[in-house]
Write a protein that binds this ligand. Structure first.
Ligand SMILES: *Cc1c(COP(=O)(O)O)cnc(C)c1O
Length: 413
């Protein structure tokens, strides 16, 4: 057994593994078009590019309308606002997600209610949604997290029974397909982010997709200071309905151009990720006791923000996750912890009166947060040599559990 790099041995990868030649993808032809756009001076709004991309993205996911915006937080905010959700209302969100999911509910004046996750998909648990519903509940925001999809069949059935809106947070799931339907097209609205770390990225950006013409109209007005779709600047034909809060949340033509080109490669991109994950999980299932986040129950095609490893087998569970992270990183593979329960996240600062944790608490979220690490999706696009190296590194660490325990014991004293 070779000595862990953490303990002074040779790291398996001399240089820190790096995807910066692969991600975000760049193409000469996109660069040429960007230059042309720059020289045209038509950098933003009202012209065809943003609308063209929004339509293409919506169509790709099987929805009728797409509304392109500055990020994937205001998309959630506008989706909630367009559904009429506001002060006095409760919005059910998973306890494990990026904190924007909960903040969006707060931004419209509603109360986010945190509900625990399923232990295999790590997405919101439908049974626990039912327990958390009160007469104030108006919406559910399921999040398709890391590399899995929330159980949309059960969530839609619950929503129907209780008269709730469903807004899918698809910030991790570009190109995902659930039971033949494009992700984001199943609930009332689907929201995606194009922030720099996501599977489609334009620095910043976000989109709402929907089949409902009224919601599409309201969301469009909310992002464009009240203008309706197709109305020229300075030539509004009608105003937004009274009380609908509207904002300047428009993104630029530069972002639309970059994303339009990325959309054409999304399918092949996801196939590459899927092949890497298949290889890693097949091999590590045989050689380690790590378990992996399960794909959505009816996933035909999975999207990815990251590849998630869970170290909660009894033979690993007593090793602090920080030690495993340190050991893997020392071999040259930077892995990250999950964000943990939103209400414990360092940037989440709402006062206790502004949110609610379901009375059942979130034991699964808390346990997963203590026992899992994820690898950002961009590593999955590296060549086969690198993917094999990733497997080698993880095997090396898990073959040295006794040394890890000893290291953790000494560091603690
Ligand atoms: C990134 C992310 C968002 C928000 O996206 P931004 O574009 O950064 O505002 C929302 N939800 C989840 C789950 C995310 O990961």
């Amino acid at each position: 057994m070779s000595k862990l790099a953490l303990l002074g041995g040779e790291p398996l990868s001399e240089k820190k593994m790096d995807w910066s030649d692969f991600w975000p993808p760049i193409k000469e032809s996109t660069g040429d078009k960007l230059k042309e756009l720059y020289l045209s001076r038509k950098w933003t709004a009202f012209d065809s590019l943003e609308g063209e991309f929004a339509q293409a993205f919506a169509k790709y996911h099987g929805a009728k309308y797409g509304i392109f915006m500055v990020n994937g937080t205001v998309t959630l905010q506008c989706a909630l606002g367009a559904c009429g959700i506001g002060p006095g209302d409760e919005v059910i969100v998973p306890a494990l997600t990026w904190y924007a999911t909960a903040m969006a509910a707060h931004y419209v004046g509603a109360t986010p209610v945190f509900v625990d996750i399923d232990s295999e998909t790590l997405c919101i648990d439908p049974e626990k949604i039912v327990q958390a519903i009160t007469e104030k509940t108006k919406a559910i925001i399921p999040v398709h997290l890391y590399g899995s999809m929330a159980d949309m069949d059960n969530i839609m059935a619950i929503a129907k029974q209780h008269g709730l809106r469903v807004i899918e947070d698809c910030a991790h799931m570009h190109g995902g397909v659930w039971d033949g339907k494009g992700i984001g097209s199943i609930g009332d609205v689907g929201s995606f982010s194009f922030q720099h770390s996501k599977t489609m990225a334009s620095g910043e950006g976000g989109i709402c997709i929907t089949d409902d013409p009224e919601l599409a109209d309201r969301i469009f007005r909310m992002k464009h200071i009240g203008y309706g779709p197709g109305q020229l600047q300075g030539k509004a034909l009608d105003g937004p309905e009274e009380g609908l809060l509207c904002y300047p949340f428009r993104a630029t033509a530069f972002q639309a151009l970059i994303l339009n080109d990325q959309l054409k490669d999304l399918g092949s991109h996801l196939q590459r990720y899927q092949a890497s994950i298949q290889f890693l999980e097949d091999r590590l299932h045989q050689t380690t006791k790590i378990r992996f986040q399960k794909a959505g129950r009816k996933a035909d095609n999975q999207g990815y923000f990251g590849w998630l490893m869970i170290f909660d087998d009894p033979s690993y569970a007593d090793i602090p996750i920080g030690t495993i992270q340190e050991a893997i990183s020392a071999e040259g593979l930077p892995v990250l912890p999950t964000w943990g329960p939103v209400y414990d996240f360092i940037l989440f600062n709402l006062s206790k009166e502004s949110y609610r944790i379901d009375q059942a608490g979130s034991p699964v979220t808390e346990s997963i947060s203590k026992h899992s690490l994820f690898l950002l999706h961009a590593y999955l696009g590296l060549g086969q040599d690198s993917i094999e190296k990733i497997a080698d590194i993880i095997e090396k660490i898990m073959n040295n559990c006794d040394a890890l325990r000893e290291y953790a014991r000494l560091s603690a004293t």
